[in-house]
Ligand binder design. Structure first.
Ligand SMILES: [Fe+2]
Length: 318
C-alpha cells in the first residue's frame, strides 16, 4: 500500500506574506513529496509494506536494527511531521484560542504569553535542523520539545498537538538565516482550532493508555507487551537470532573443546597445571568437563552474537 502525500489544506499562496508561495511550493512539492516518495521506494518487501504512515513511524522507531530500516524511519518521520505541520497552519490570521485550549496552556505554562515565549526560546535553542513540538505527555500535561532532524515524539509515547518546522528549507527562501524572525511571524498562521482538536484527542488517548496500564499492571510481561501495544516487530527475529546463535555457539564450543581436551589428554598439547594432571588421571572426565565448558562458553558467546545480530526485514516479515 503506497503512502499518499496529503494535499495542502489551503492554496499555495494562502499563507503570504508570512510564507511566500515560492517557499511553500518548494517545501511542499520538493521536500515533503520527496520524503513520501522515498518511503514508497523503501518499504516494498518489508514488514512496513502494508502499514499506514503513522504505524511505519511507530514500528520503525521502536528498535532500529539496520541501515535500511533507519532510512525508512527517517523518511517516514519527515513525511508524517510535514503532513502534521501543514494542518497546524491556516490562512485565517491570528486565530483566537478557545477557552478550553487557553485553560490547558495556562495550566502548563502560566499564561499564553509565557507559552509563546518559551516555545520561541526553545525553537531558538535548536542546533541545526529539526522541529519544535507542543506535546501532551503521559501525565496529561503540555510540554515543549525539540526534535533533532526527523525526530518525532510519537515514538516516546508523547502525542504532538502542534509543531513548527525548523529545517532551513522551511524559512530560508523568505527569511534567509533569520530563524527568529520566521518564528515571530509564524504565530500569525497557527490554526488553534486544529491544535485544540488534537489536544482533546490526545487527552482521550493518554487517559485510555493510563487506565489500561493500571488495569494490566499485574499481568505477566508477555501479555503486557502484547496488549499494551508495545511494538512486537522484532521479538520474533531477535528470539530467532539468539536461539540460532546459542545453538551454533554451543556446537562450535563443544567441538573445539573436544579437540583441545583430547590433545591435552594425549599430551600433544602441553598445558601446565591441574588440567594436564587431571587429564592423565581421568581422561573421560576431562573430556566431559572440556566439552561442557565448550557448550557453556560457546553457547554464551553465540547468544551474545545473536542479541547483536540484525535480522534482514524479509526474514523478519515471516
Ligand atoms: Fe520541512
Amino acid at each position: 500500500m503506497a503512502i499518499q502525500a496529503v494535499p495542502l489544506p489551503y492554496n499555495i499562496d494562502a499563507l503570504e506574506p508570512v510564507i511566500s508561495a515560492d517557499a511553500l511550493k518548494i517545501h511542499y512539492e520538493d521536500h515533503y513529496k520527496g520524503y513520501v516518495n522515498k518511503v514508497n521506494d523503501l518499504i516494498p518487501d518489508t514488514i512496513y509494506e502494508d502499514l499506514s504512515l503513522k504505524d511505519i513511524v511507530l514500528k520503525s522507531g521502536k528498535k532500529i536494527q539496520w541501515d535500511h530500516e533507519t532510512k525508512i524511519f527517517n523518511n517516514a518521520n519527515q513525511a508524517w511531521n510535514h503532513a502534521f505541520f501543514w494542518k497546524c497552519m491556516t490562512p485565517a490570521r491570528n486565530m483566537i484560542q478557545s477557552h478550553v485550549l487557553k485553560e490547558k496552556i495556562n495550566e502548563s505554562f502560566g499564561s499564553f504569553e509565557n507559552f509563546k515565549e518559551q516555545f520561541t526560546l526553545k525553537a531558538g535553542e535548536l542546533f541545526g535542523s529539526g522541529w519544535c513540538w507542543l506535546v501532551l505527555n503521559k501525565s496529561l500535561s503540555l510540554e515543549i520539545l525539540l526534535g533533532k532532524n526527523e525526530e518525532n515524539p510519537l515514538v516516546s509515547g508523547k502525542i504532538p498537538i502542534f509543531v513548527v518546522d525548523l529545517w532551513e528549507h522551511a524559512y530560508y527562501v523568505d527569511y534567509r538565516s533569520q530563524r527568529r524572525e520566521y518564528m515571530d511571524n509564524i504565530w500569525e498562521l497557527v490554526n488553534w482550532s486544529f491544535v485544540e482538536i488534537e489536544m482533546v484527542k490526545a487527552e482521550r488517548v493518554q487517559q485510555q493508555r493510563k487506565n489500561f496500564k493500571e488495569n494490566t499492571r499485574s499481568l505477566p510481561f508477555y501479555f503486557r507487551q502484547k496488549w499494551l501495544g508495545v511494538n512486537q516487530t522484532f521479538m520474533k527475529p531477535r528470539k530467532t537470532s539468539i536461539r540460532t546463535g546459542t545453538l551454533l555457539g554451543s556446537l562450535i564450543g563443544a567441538v573445539l573443546f573436544f579437540f583441545v581436551s583430547m590433545l591435552v589428554g594425549l599430551d600433544i598439547l602441553p598445558l601446565p597445571g591441574l588440567f594436564t594432571t587431571a587429564a592423565h588421571t581421568n581422561f573421560g572426565l576431562i573430556m566431559f568437563v572440556g566439552m561442557t565448558l565448550g557448550v557453556l562458553i560457546g553457547g554464551a558467546c553465540g547468544a551474545l552474537v545473536g542479541i547483536g545480530t540484525p535480522m534482514p526485514l524479509h526474514i523478519a516479515r515471516k
